[in-house]
Design a protein around this ligand. Sequence first.
Ligand SMILES: *Cc1c(COP(=O)(O)O)cnc(C)c1O
Length: 390
Amino acid sequence: MRFAQRVESLPPYLFVEISKKIAAKRAKGEDVVSFGIGDPDIPTPSHIIERLCQAAQDPVNHRYPETEGLPELRQAIAAWYKNRFDVSLDPDKEVLPLIGAKEGVAHIALCFIDPGDIALVPDPGYPVYSIGTALVGGESYFLPLTDENDFLPDLSGIPGDVLRRAKLLWLNYPNNPTGAVAGLDFFNEAVRFAKQHDLVVCHDAPYTEIAYDGYRPVSFMQAEGAMEVGVEFHSLSKSYNMTGWRIGMVVGNAEMVNALKTVKSNLDSGIPQAIQYAAIEALTGSQECIAEHNAVYQKRRDLIMETLNKIGVEARAPRGGLYVWARVPQGYTSVGFATELLEEVGVVVTPGIGYGPSGEGYIRLSLTIQDADLVKGLSLLSGWHAKKQG
Ligand SMILES: *Cc1c(COP(=O)(O)O)cnc(C)c1O
């Protein structure tokens, strides 16, 4: 069989080795506690599920949906942005529902990247930015996110020859995997930079509703001139524990939204309508669930931070997102440390290198772990430390 080069050249999936080790441990009947995946463990709120079930009964919703989504959903998204961020959007031109943000994040490369073009991609970062770029024949130029820079990219450090070939700048705050947040100053700077170098900005923002200590993340669309140069990807996955239902959205610059709509109208046939009605309920119904979920995550974050401090693993307490980004102890690589924790105490963490070269030296711990498992996992980590101390 002769595969296309784009498939042949996909990077090997780093987590395969770890998954094998987990499976082997479990097969031996050994317990494994996972801080690995970022997938909300709390169920979708019941009022949303009720609306979904009700809509599923209606034969109108059994037929092909429209690519651009139900007008009521686009209106609900626009109203939510107005209410949450004071950003005004035209629901017909500046809003497009997606089959999850990931789908749009991958497909927008088709709108902007020709073979040989460059996408500027945060490192570490969500792998889809660079893989989506590679699948259309583009190149990624990694922007290191470092502790010294508060995990914000140094835009002024990008070489001129890279900038001349660059067409798209990816950003993601609150950030996966570093847990960093960005303020309006940074987004204003990104807009100025994009205008200066004729780039489009794609801000991936699925975590704006997941925040702690009273912090309220901002939207890129609030930045001065953002609507001229960029879009923001958002999702119901993390805000409303709806990862399994697959629904998100892109909002912002009308030409960019329209280009993605054109591509998608040729590739997919929209989002099942019952799920669109569930999304309308999520966006327009009671928002109390968000504060409740954040309280759960914040408690978990604090427990994790307490243990990491005790065992001498350095990390900053994240103000947003679902992850703790922690430095591996001296003398370890990220894969070496993750492997040791798995083999010695059955605790799964994600090695930072899986998110890009600048992820070396870090591990990621997810807050989407049930409380009982979390307590068990943290006590196993303390046990590992005690053993090391002799
Ligand atoms: C979870 C996640 C997404 C995917 O969201 P979906 O709407 O479930 O596809 C996109 N970007 C980042 C950074 C994420 O962590």
